[in-house]
Design a protein. Structure first.
Lengths: 327, 324, 333
């Protein structure tokens, strides 16, 4: 067991380092950090002094190490455009994105699982086929269109929900939440639906496919031959076996919800990290871009670790060190 | 028996040269065509896609108005409703006009054409990069293979949008601002292309690994011929099926990706309209009631993506050996 | 007393496909008495497994039972509604499959799977069911059952796993059990143990056992009677000693000739030329006629009905009195 977790941890660290490397390369070599700070009129001497004081002439590994050291301590540089420390910007906008991402993930999980199981168990049913066809359309619909469509329907035409922003938020220290106010909750509905929709279709199709596979296995056949009830077979056995591959893939999917939020945040003017990133790309604000990349990398790595651990807990074959087949 | 007594014919034996007619007949008998004919979904989506492609490519010829030439526009035509005649020029605007009097019906042709071009080009780019890296990984093995596959794995867990945005941002910072507009198309194609190569690499690498161990590769190497070239010639035909499936679904994704990027404002500039930029402009007017400026480009995008996706789905099922 | 536990009469099973309707089983009849082991042999695709699946009610669409009847202890079971059939499955009839590794759900402990099955059919609480599960494990020969009951399937060896599978099948004291190639996936050394376990349990509990296999050696050792199946029909059925040592049907002769024995001289094994026809192209008349070395005109026209000969039933025109005029020498064999 220890070996397994250790291996996961090592992989995680390596990935994180790779991401940091890319971020650092962008940071240092793309564009001209010196120029952004001193502006056009600086003399050559000023430039050289600044270059030296920023440590830009030091050997690469040293700069990288310094970058990592700073990052770990929370110093991610200064935004070119806004002039403020990047770390501050991140912290300011983090709660908005996290709240949106988590609610979307829960929405996608609950309905994706439910619909997927329903579609698998009622394979030939009319409703199930309808749901599957709609899911195909869902995959072809770009997220931003869903957002725009929802805005048009609920904000413009029906006027039930606000068309942008977070509404009123309540703060706890540096954290803010919209769940405690009515306008906050109303503002959350459409963005959560938009962001979660794509994930929902993916999860639903995956769960259905996996469950259908499981229903064809020998052990399910034997369970039927033993006279177990449909309920026991479907929900006790088949579901548990379906979960194993589903957990892995779903976990990774949801890990990238944070990044998918980019589009949704832009459509709804949601003050989160995604919107920040898009703005940064538009104006080529490298420090912000690099910091966002590292943040997403961190989330990805953490989610990976959690998924690995969950997988370990769910499948007993892993615990005794046996080689694991697909299910 | 008497044939043996005849002198041998001088021309090449007939069977070696298949006539075109016979080739077509062979194709018609193939599993793929039979499967296609029997699937109404495939036929409809293929027809729709083909129609859209042809119409888009002929934009210059078919569009009633050269929508992006400022000279052709009349401001008084602005905000005409669908099926209304313009107040300024009297032209019939089938899908309405935008704030500058631009005929949306014409704009749709041009927009679709650019979206298709960008989508196709980026898919080709992804394919070349992906197949190339996949072949390398499969053939060379060892550290290089591990490296390439790890990168592919990691890239596959991040949404393509993020990667495309990153590449776009980096490219932007390397290009002087004056050249943003002229290079936008190339940058977008490269950005989207680079965000989607991993799937191809995975599939091709798997097939390459299988071929690598076969004897003809060893034999070729012994003879001094590059095993790589020979293997590429044998791996590629085998792998074309799955690659085609990936490419089709990729095309739909690429078109959506471009639309998303343009919508976000980091894609094509307003002077080079694609479906995405049209939708972006249309969004501004949604709240004030001129819904058609957004509606028609959006519809076209959805129909196009849906048709291509359905085609890809059918292709995947038709080529799946397990289902035959 | 002499009423057979299970009685199959003229069973027909069809599979409806787009191209044609295939008859996987065409007029199969047999009885099995209490404590008796009926071996069912034949090549792959002869319909052995389908017969077992039909009895236990596990034929899935596009397959269906299209004719005949199955009677269990005097009660017809082939036409029961699904929930009635479900109650019978496991309780009155049981089935075990070939590969013990894939027959057990890898995510559940052995004990959990046992207790669940016991409590589905018998009114017991958790503790009673657990005790019963331990008893069953002992009966099938698992050492230290109180400990092993909490183990996962992958922690058992192949032979042990198959014993667990047998225990699971016996949870609710069924009257009839179908063992579908129970030893094919096991090591040779373990095969004999499992086979004798099945036979012993059948005897002790008075169960009727239908042992499906393509291994003639197993049949010769274990079965009381044997049915030789070919292309969905029974070619010959009778006491095992008779059929194995003095086979009547030409196909059965070929099969028995193909068993390698230590006593036989080192001559070539008998081979039956050709192969069994596919379901979509079964010949008219006797299904074996293309490969039969003793074929004659009638074989291509009439399908032979099972005829009683010397204490067994053979479906072959050679033994039909009406062909005696043509082959009087063979008929008196």
């Amino acid at each position: 067991m220890l070996a397994y977790l250790l291996r996961s941890l090592t992989q995680a660290t390596l990935v994180m380092l790779a991401v940091a490397f890319i971020a650092f390369s962008m940071f240092r070599y793309v564009g001209d950090p010196v120029a952004s700070i001193v502006g056009q009129d600086a003399t050559l001497k000023d430039r050289e002094e600044l270059t030296e004081s920023l440590g830009l002439n030091d050997p690469f590994p040293l700069q990288f190490a310094r970058f990592l050291g700073n990052a770990v301590q929370g110093d991610l540089g200064i935004s070119y455009r806004q002039g403020r420390p990047v770390a501050d910007l991140l912290v300011e906008r983090l709660p908005a994105t996290i709240e949106l991402a988590m609610l979307s993930a829960i929405f996608a999980l609950v309905f994706g699982l439910g619909l997927g199981i329903y579609a698998a168990l009622n394979r030939k049913g009319v409703v199930a086929n309808l749901v599957m066809s709609l899911s195909l359309i869902g995959v072809s619909l770009p997220t931003f269109l869903i957002g725009v469509g929802l805005i048009f329907l609920f904000a413009v035409t029906l006027r039930w929900l606000p068309s942008f922003g977070r509404g009123d938020v309540v703060s706890f220290g540096w954290w803010t939440t919209g769940l405690l106010t009515e306008s906050g909750r109303k503002s959350l509905i459409m963005p959560v639906l938009t962001l979660g929709f794509y994930q929902l279709t993916l999860i639903m199709r995956l769960v259905r496919a996996e469950m259908l596979e499981v229903m064809r296995t020998e052990y399910i056949k034997f369970a039927r031959a033993r006279g177990l009830s449909s309920r026991a077979i479907n929900f006790r056995h088949a579901l548990r076996n379906t979960m194993v591959p589903v957990i892995t893939i779903t976990g990774l999917q949801l890990g990238s919800v944070i990044a998918f939020a980019i589009v949704t945040e832009t459509v709804f003017n949601w003050p989160g990290l995604g919107a920040l990133f898009v703005k940064a790309v538009e104006v080529v604000d490298i420090p912000v871009m690099a910091a966002y990349l590292m943040f997403v990398g961190l989330v990805f790595v953490v989610v990976n670790l959690v998924v690995d651990t969950l997988y370990f807990l769910v499948d007993p074959r892993l615990r005794s060190g046996a080689v694991v087949p697909a299910r | 028996m008497s044939d043996l007594a005849k002198p041998a014919p001088v021309e090449a034996p007939a069977k070696l040269k298949i006539t075109f007619k016979e080739r077509v007949a062979l194709w018609r008998d193939s599993d793929l065509w039979l499967s296609f004919k029997s699937s109404p979904v495939a036929i409809v989506s293929a027809t729709v896609t083909l129609l859209i492609v042809i119409l888009a490519l002929m934009a210059n010829v078919l569009a009633p108005q050269n929508a992006f030439d400022p000279v052709a526009l009349n401001l008084l035509d602005g905000f005409s409703h669908p099926m209304e005649r313009g107040a300024g020029s009297g032209m019939l605007f089938i899908m309405g006009s935008d704030e500058q009097g631009r005929d949306l019906f014409s704009a749709l042709f041009y927009g679709t054409r650019l979206s298709l071009v960008v989508g196709l080009a980026s898919v080709v780019f992804s394919m070349v990069v992906g197949i190339g890296l996949g072949l390398m990984a499969g053939y060379l093995g060892g550290r290089i293979e591990m490296l390439i596959m790890r990168v592919a794995d990691i890239q596959l867990s991040f949404p393509a949008i993020l990667i495309a945005l990153l590449i776009f941002g980096v490219a932007r910072s390397l290009i002087p601002p004056q050249q943003y507009e002229t290079t936008a198309v190339i940058v977008i194609i490269v950005a989207i292309g680079l965000s989607n190569w991993a799937q191809y690499a995975r599939t091709v690498r798997a097939s390459t690994m299988v071929e690598r161990n076969k004897e003809y590769v060893q034999a070729a190497r012994l003879m001094g011929v590059s095993g790589f070239g020979i293997m590429a010639r044998h791996v590629l035909p085998n792998v074309m099926g799955p690659v085609l499936v990936i490419a089709t679904i990729n095309l739909a994704l690429a078109i959506i990706e471009e639309a998303t990027l343009s919508f976000l404002g980091v894609g094509l500039p307003i002077t080079q309209p694609s479906l995405g930029t049209l939708i972006r402009s249309g969004q501004k007017f949604l709240l004030s009631g001129e819904w058609w400026i957004l509606f028609f480009p959006a519809m076209m995008l959805v129909i196009l993506a849906l048709a291509i996706n359905l085609l890809g789905d059918w292709l995947r099922d038709a080529l799946n050996p397990k289902l035959r | 007393m002499n009423e057979p536990v299970i009685s199959v009469r003229n069973l027909q099973v069809e599979f409806v496909t787009r191209r044609a309707t295939l008859r996987a089983i065409d007029g199969v009849s047999f009885d099995i008495a209490r404590g008796e082991v009926l071996g069912v042999v034949g090549e792959s695709g002869a319909g052995k497994s389908v017969t077992g699946a039909a009895i236990i009610g596990l034929i899935e669409p596009p397959g269906r039972i299209s004719g005949g009847e199955i009677v269990l202890n005097g009660r017809r079971i082939d036409n029961l509604p699904p929930d009635e059939m479900r109650k019978i499955r496991g309780r009155k009839v049981a089935m075990i499959f070939q590969d013990p590794l894939t027959s057990l759900n890898p995510l559940f402990r052995v004990g959990e799977q046992l207790i669940e099955t016991i409590r589905t059919h018998l009114p017991m609480n958790e503790r009673q069911a657990r005790n019963r599960a331990i008893e069953l494990l002992t009966e099938v020969g698992i050492p230290a059952p109180e400990k092993r009951i909490d183990g996962y399937p992958h922690e058992f060896s192949g032979g042990m796993r198959q014993r667990v599978v047998i225990a699971l099948a016996l949870c609710a004291e069924p009257d009839f059990i179908v063992a579908d190639e129970p030893t094919t996936a096991l090591d040779v050394s373990v095969q004999a143990q499992i086979i004798s376990l099945i036979k012993k349990l059948g005897r002790e509990r008075g169960m009727a056992v239908m042992l499906v296999t393509h291994d003639m050696g197993v049949i010769a050792e274990t079965a009381d009677r044997v049915a030789v199946m070919y292309a969905g029909r029974i070619a010959e059925i009778g006491p095992v000693r008779d059929v194995v040592q003095r086979p009547l049907h030409p196909y059965a002769k070929g099969l028995m000739g193909a068993i390698p024995t230590l006593e036989a001289s080192a001559s070539r094994l008998v081979q039956i030329p050709g192969s069994m026809p596919r379901l979509s192209s079964i010949p008219t008349g006797c299904a074996f006629n293309p490969r039969c070395s003793e074929v004659f005109a009638r074989c291509h026209v009439d399908r032979p009905a099972p005829l009683p000969v010397n204490g067994r039933r053979v479906a072959c025109h050679l033994y039909d009195q009406t062909s005696a005029e043509i082959f009087s020498a063979e008929a008196s064999r």
